[in-house]
Design a protein around this ligand. Sequence first.
Ligand code: F6P
Length: 327
Amino acid sequence: MEYKINCIGILTSGGDAPGMNAAIRSVTRAAIFNGIRVKAIYRGFRGLITGEIKEFQTQNVSNIIQQGGTILKTARCTEFKDAEGRKMAFETMKNEGIDALIVIGGDGTFTGARIFAQEFNVPIIGIPGTIDNDLFGTDSTLGYDTALNTIMEAVDKIRDTASSHERLFFIEVMGRDAGFLALNSAMASGAEAAIIPELETKVDQLDELIKNGFRKSKNSSIVLVAESEITGGANGLAERMKREYPEYDVRVTILGHIQRGGSPTAYDRILASRFGVAAIDALLDEQRSIMIGIVNNKIVHVPFTKAIKDDKPLDEKLVGVLHMLSI
Ligand code: F6P
């Protein structure tokens, strides 16, 4: 394949995340700065199949760095899972003169991108955008820091009512099958504990919690629970409490999609700006099928295969830290 890239396509796919717009801005401007045209693809891979595409100039990405969500819209596209759908997407790329793609999303996005890149020899660079922070090879994904802050603010408010009524609250947060949001938001909000899928097969976290004793002098408790079938979620745990420890006055709050919205934090905007520029640099450097990541504040390149297949390790020592600080 000819390596000269004259025009890129950019799309966002999967669950939206704060910072995606900042990344769209950064990719667009870095590309145009380098003499590359930019075509915005709407609704993720679906837009590539249906041809929902518009050329972007620098002004198209003005005034979006502070906006949550994604101006390109997003979708989880089942058609792209079929070879026929991907063939149509490649036809669109040819017709539009798009030489390479920058895709912003998570696990599912990079899984589709990897197959597409392999089938049609298309240069693709990924930017990790998901509040879950569950991609291997990067310390942080776009949206994770903002979501942590959103959760922290919500927990601060719940704490007021929890302590007034002397209740135990199970607060369920997102994360799919990863416990990063639960563990670190528990730390940030001074919660008593986090119940996370990574530990569920090793210990009975609810039993541990009761055994360790909510501190006697405390009249209320906050426990962050990662959504997932493995933990049983906040409702599952509350049911169990009712059966096994009826002396506790338990309430459940499921934070839901509020965690995905809002203006990105400074950290996410800076990360998005760096990721976008790094993605264009990587393309110009003839890198293919990699995700841009950040490790110890340095930009890294992670092959799609590693980013999606390897389980991102969660520092289990932090559970001990949380416990120590909740005495
Ligand atoms: O991957 C991001 C995420 O918000 C997960 O944390 C959550 O499990 C899922 O998406 C929710 O998806 P939907 O918006 O389709 O309900």
